[in-house]
Design a protein. Structure first.
Length: 275
C-alpha cells in the first residue's frame, strides 16, 4: 500500500473516531441553546436559530444544580483519593514484596473488575443500611473506591514493576522506610500511571448512576448524574433543559481531561507496552 493512501486511511479513521466522540456533545450543546418550540419544528434545524441561555438559568433555579455539582465533586474527589492511596499500597506489595501466587491475585483483580454492578447492589445497600450510612457521602465514597480499586491497582502495578528496586534500596539504606520509599521514590517516578489511575477513578465516580440512585433518596444528597433526572416530568421530557444540565455536568470532566491530557495519554500508552 502506498504511503499517501495509507495516510489517507489513517486520517479517515481518525475523523470517524473524532466525529463519533464529539458529535453527541455538540448536539447536546446546540439543543441546550434552543427553545422547546424550536426543538419540535420540522424539518429539523441543526443550529439554533436564536441561541438562548434561558435553559441554563432555569436549570440552576428549578433544581439545586449547584448542590448536585458539589455532591458529585466531594464524592468523586474523596473516593479517588482513597482509591489511589489503597491501590498504590496494593500495587507496591504485589510488585515488590514476595506475595505468594502473585499472578493468581492479579488475575482475580482483573476478574473482579468485570463483575456487573447490578449484582452487588443488594448486598451493598444492606451493608450501608446496617451501618447507618444511607444518605451520607460515605455511602458512595467507600463503594466507589472499592469498585475502582482493581483497575487502578493493575494500572499502577504495570508502572511500579519497571522502576529499579535499587532506587528504593538506596533510599532505605539512608533511613527511609518502606512507606517512605513508596511515597518519595516510586510514586513520583510513576506519576503518569498514578494520574491515569486517578482520572479513571474520578470519571467512574462522577458518571456513576445506579449506586447514587440507590444510596441517596434525599434531594439534597443527590449527585449530578441522578439530579439531572429530576428535570423530567411525569408527562413531559424537557430536552433543552436537560441538555443544559448535561452540559454543566460535562464541563468539569472536559476541563480535567484537557488539563491532564498529556499525562493521561502518556500513562495509557506506556502502560500498554509494559508488563
Amino acid at each position: 500500500m502506498k504511503l499517501p493512501k495509507r495516510r489517507a486511511m489513517v486520517w479517515l479513521a481518525g475523523a470517524i473516531v473524532a466525529v463519533n466522540g464529539f458529535f453527541p456533545a455538540v448536539w447536546i450543546l446546540f439543543t441546550s441553546l434552543k427553545t422547546e418550540t424550536e426543538l419540535m419544528t420540522y424539518p429539523i434545524s441543526y443550529l439554533p436559530a436564536a441561541p438562548t441561555l434561558a435553559n441554563y438559568i432555569t436549570a440552576f433555579t428549578e433544581q439545586p444544580l449547584l448542590r448536585f455539582l458539589w455532591n458529585s465533586f466531594v464524592v468523586a474527589t474523596l473516593s479517588t483519593a482513597l482509591c489511589v492511596l489503597v491501590s498504590a499500597c496494593a500495587a507496591y506489595a504485589l510488585t515488590r514484596l514476595r506475595v505468594p501466587r502473585r499472578d493468581l491475585i492479579m488475575a482475580a483483580l482483573l476478574a473482579v473488575a468485570m463483575f456487573p454492578l447490578i449484582s452487588l447492589m443488594v448486598p451493598l445497600f444492606k451493608v450501608m443500611r446496617d451501618l447507618g450510612l444511607l444518605n451520607t457521602y460515605l455511602a458512595l465514597i467507600l463503594p466507589y473506591a472499592v469498585l475502582s480499586l482493581p483497575v487502578c491497582t493493575l494500572v499502577m502495578a504495570s508502572f511500579f514493576q519497571d522502576i529499579p528496586a535499587d532506587l528504593e534500596a538506596a533510599a532505605m539504606v539512608d533511613g527511609c522506610s518502606r512507606f517512605g520509599a513508596l511515597f518519595r521514590i516510586v510514586i513520583p517516578l510513576s506519576a503518569p500511571g498514578v494520574f491515569t489511575a486517578a482520572i479513571l477513578a474520578f470519571v467512574n465516580a462522577w458518571d456513576e448512576f445506579l449506586l447514587a440512585l440507590t444510596m441517596m433518596n434525599r434531594v439534597s444528597m443527590r449527585t449530578l448524574s441522578v439530579g439531572i433526572t429530576l428535570y423530567q416530568g411525569e408527562y413531559a421530557f424537557p430536552w433543552p433543559l436537560i441538555s443544559a444540565a448535561l452540559i454543566v455536568a460535562i464541563v468539569p470532566i472536559s476541563i480535567l481531561i484537557a488539563v491532564f491530557q498529556e499525562r493521561v495519554v502518556g500513562g495509557l500508552t506506556a502502560g500498554g507496552v509494559k508488563g
